[in-house]
Write a protein that binds this ligand. Structure first.
Ligand code: ADP
Length: 368
């Protein structure tokens, strides 16, 4: 028999908390984060105090309820984990209240330079004086530790306001967390959707991001569970889609744009970035070679009525900057550094425009 969350909740609702006599589901003692993997089930129970006298008996009763209700072949993975209210994560949607703008960076296809753009945008925004956080959620190829030269960093946890929080690494003025700090990249590909989403939720909700003007999330390419987790967990301000001018990349970028603007997801597109827009050799700085086609992303932006917020050429230093862990945006005196600073300025303009457009709606709601 297939096991699904409702079945587990039904089983758990047969358990009563002796303190109040209410069933534990009704009493909000079951964390909504139930994980099911084949016949393995794991979940958390939430108690008011770590010293709750009924904790052991409730955990035991929950275990028995699942085995009786769901069937003998269900396996409870590990122990039922127990969380106390002080540690429980804030409600979805109320996460990151100190963050002004949450921006998802995505691409239809891999290898178009999404992570390069995300890293350089983060550095450029920090250079412009904004408080910036960057979350590398590219679970299948986390590249930020390398791009920021912090591959050996291991973020530690600290007790903050009664909660144990992961402290982001700080480099080049950017607060950074990456799934790559916690798993080897060769293991990351083995992660199941649910595991990856849970890890991501932790990096969002259980980390000390603090006050931020811009929180950038480098998403995996294409559309995945991770995209859903992000849009369902956070009030995303808008998305930036990166594409090369090549036809196959554009076709996937179009799908990416449609996913965000789909009425169920409803995340506005703040802009399309045309990366690898042309190649200019160092010895012939005037010449532009349109290796992947000319202005493909510009045309797509016009057609889909989304702003084109930047065109970044193919330049060797951009690639080297990524490999050496020194994003080119650190050096605003270079042409490439300038290109990313201008991209950041345009993103800020689009975000502010978007926020201003939204403001009247909020007032209307207040008067209702
Ligand atoms: P994605 O995140 O879309 O998979 P990456 O950012 O990892 O792509 O980029 C893929 C490769 O292309 C990397 O080696 C990167 O350094 C290189 N690259 C990206 N953008 C540029 C560019 N504008 N000029 C030169 N190399 C680039």
């Amino acid at each position: 028999m297939a096991i699904y969350p409702k079945l587990i909740l039904d089983a758990l609702s047969t358990v009563r908390y002796p303190g109040t006599g209410k069933n534990i589901v009704e009493a909000g003692m079951v964390d909504d984060n139930i994980r099911i993997d084949g016949n393995k089930v794991s979940f958390s129970l939430i108690f008011e105090k770590p010293t709750d006298p009924f904790m052991k008996s409730v955990v035991k009763a929950a275990e028995t309820a699942i085995l009786t209700y769901v069937g003998e072949d269900v396996e409870i993975a590990g122990n039922i984990s127990v969380t106390t209210v002080q540690q429980a994560r804030p409600e979805v949607g109320k996460l990151l209240p100190q963050v002004k703008n949450i921006i998802a960076i995505s691409s239809g296809k891999g290898g178009v330079g999404k992570s390069t753009v995300a890293a350089n945008l983060a550095v450029a925004l920090a250079k412009l004086g904004y408080k910036v956080g960057l979350l590398d959620a590219d679970i299948f190829g986390p590249s930020m530790p390398k791009m920021f030269q912090v591959e050996d960093a291991r973020p530690y946890a600290e007790m903050i306001d009664g909660r144990e929080l992961i402290v982001p690494i700080e480099k080049y003025g950017v607060k950074l967390l990456s799934i790559g700090f916690f798993v080897n990249s060769d293991q990351a590909t083995l992660w199941r959707g649910g595991m990856a989403s849970n890890a991501l939720k932790q990096l969002i909700g259980d980390a000390a991001w603090g006050d931020l003007d811009y929180f950038l999330i480098d998403l995996p390419p294409g559309t995945s569970d991770i995209h859903l987790t992000v849009v369902q967990t956070l009030a995303v301000t808008g998305a930036v889609v990166v594409s090369t001018p090549q036809q196959v990349a554009l076709a996937d970028a179009r799908k990416g744009i449609n996913m965000f603007t789909n009425e169920k997801v409803n995340v506005p597109i703040l802009g399309l970035v045309e990366n690898m827009a042309w190649f200019t050799p160092a010895e012939l700085p005037q010449n532009r070679y349109y290796i992947f086609g000319k202005e493909g992303a510009k045309k797509l932006a016009a057609e889909m009525k989304v702003p084109l917020i930047g065109q970044i050429p193919i330049v060797q230093s951009i690639c080297e900057g990524g490999d050496d862990g020194k994003p080119v945006a650190l050096n605003e005196d270079t042409v490439t550094g300038q290109a990313f600073i201008q991209l950041a300025e345009e993103l800020v303009r689009q975000t502010e425009k978007r926020n201003a457009e939204q403001a009247p709606t909020r007032i209307v709601e207040v008067h209702k």
